[in-house]
Write a protein that binds this ligand. Structure first.
Ligand code: HEC
Ligand code: HEC
Length: 360
């Protein structure tokens, strides 16, 4: 983690240096970086067409905090994915442009670098692709792709940084790439669990958390690990698959309403009805409320729900076995999940171009 902090400090210096001397002649100064991931996280892989570079990460960071990505100029990515709130927020479902209320709970952006598909139904194949969604969604930021880029190109600092990162001014495609690159650096690991399991520090986890881990892992008891997977080489706590836990199937439908389609909306395969992506449980203690509909703020209640699922026609076969944990055992599993809270990425929130200085 210390190293990571140093990396961000160095990266800022390098980028300021590049901007300082930033003329056409020095644009090649941007360079690819390799991020050292915190303990417990797998190796970081970027798409071939979007390698991590210093300028791109800095640019993406500014864009992430810039409310001018939205039509109202009032909502940034950080409004909903707030670094102070585990890169998520405390609302059951998202509230966006003109207070439009969405239907989905906001997942955390932390460690989303390891999610092989994005969104609850997995409709986006990459972080780059995902970033385009909220910018243009009417209930989120309600923006128009070309206008967003045009507006931001009015600011000299954006133009300069984009020239360094991409060799051209901002376009919608470049905005998505820069945000994707920045998000890939939003990593959190080195939790009590990571120290215990990957760092071999047996005192790092409490007795209760160790008991909870056993129940979490045990196929005969909690069996949580089946879907919220971790191995010696991959500690993401999600199998990156889609399962029907039954969330939403206990809600009485009003006329014209349907049960949540989940993955079915993407594949049109009836077997996928009501299946949603297994969320990572890393930092889960910081990202209440839970489930795709944000139905509970309680980790204990979430555990009770996820232990047996909610009955419906397409309930995951995993739930054929009925499971029971005592109250104390449930609390131990919760203690284990609390041990999955990692260290937060450290960086200074960037100055947003044009907010403090007059644009030119
Ligand atoms: C109005 C609130 C809101 C804003 C603004 C917003 N998001 Fe989201 N974000 C959500 C919600 C809600 C979801 C889940 C939607 C779904 O799955 O259908 C989501 C999903 C995501 C995911 C997928 C995470 C996962 O595990 O699948 C990522 C990554 C993400 N947002 C990044 C961003 C970025 C980058 C921006 C800015 C360009 C942004 N969001 C702006 C609410 C918001
Ligand atoms: C069959 C696969 C499966 C098993 C087994 C399973 N989960 Fe889940 N879990 C999921 C899926 C899928 C979701 C998201 C469901 C939704 O919102 O529709 C989820 C959601 C959660 C959430 C909410 C996370 C968030 O960010 O919203 C928690 C907490 C959780 N599970 C804990 C557990 C625990 C503890 C166990 C063991 C007792 C467990 N799960 C067993 C698949 C599973």
């Amino acid at each position: 983690m210390k190293r990571k902090r140093r990396y961000f400090q160095i990266s800022l210096l390098v980028v300021f240096f590049i901007i300082g001397v930033g003329t056409g002649a020095t644009l090649a100064a941007d360079r690819e970086v390799v991020i050292e991931v915190p303990l417990g996280l797998p190796e970081l892989v970027s798409p071939a067409d979007n390698p991590l570079t210093l300028a791109k990460i800095e640019l993406g960071k500014m864009l992430y905090f810039d409310p001018r990505l939205s039509k109202s100029c009032g909502i940034s990515c950080a409004t909903c994915h707030d670094p102070q709130l585990g890169y998520s927020n405390a609302a059951p479902v998202a509230v966006g442009h003109q207070h439009a209320v969405g239907v989905m709970n906001t997942p955390t952006v932390l460690n989303s670098a390891y999610s092989t598909t994005l969104f609850w139904d997995g409709r986006a194949p990459s972080l780059e692709d995902q970033a385009g969604g909220p910018m243009t969604a009417s209930v989120e930021m309600a923006g128009c792709p070309n206008e967003i880029a045009q507006n931001l190109n009015k600011f000299a600092e954006y133009r300069k940084l984009s020239m360094i990162a991409f060799g051209e001014y901002l376009s919608f495609a470049n905005i998505k790439k820069a945000i994707g690159a920045f998000e890939r650096t939003i990593l959190s690991g080195n939790s009590a669990f990571d120290k215990y399991y990957y760092g071999n520090q047996k005192a790092a986890m409490s007795e209760a958390a160790i008991r909870g881990k056993k129940l979490f892992d045990d196929p005969e008891r909690g069996n949580c690990k089946k879907c919220h997977t971790y191995t010696k080489t991959d500690g993401y706590f999600s199998d990156n698959m889609f399962h029907n836990v039954g969330i939403g199937f206990d809600v009485k439908l009003k006329k014209g309403e349907e049960y949540p389609p989940g993955r079915y909306a993407v594949t049109k395969n009836p077997a996928d009805k009501g299946r949603f992506k297994t969320p990572t449980l890393r930092n889960v203690a910081q990202t209440a409320p839970y489930f795709h509909d944000g139905r509970t703020y309680s980790l204990k209640e979430a555990t009770i729900i996820c232990l047996n699922g909610i009955p419906n026609n397409n309930l995951d076969p995993e739930y054929k076995t009925k499971r029971k944990l005592t109250d104390r055992e449930l609390e131990d599993v919760v203690e284990f999940m609390k041990a999955l809270t990692g260290e937060m990425p450290m960086f200074a929130i960037p100055a947003i171009p044009g907010y403090k200085q007059v644009s030119n």
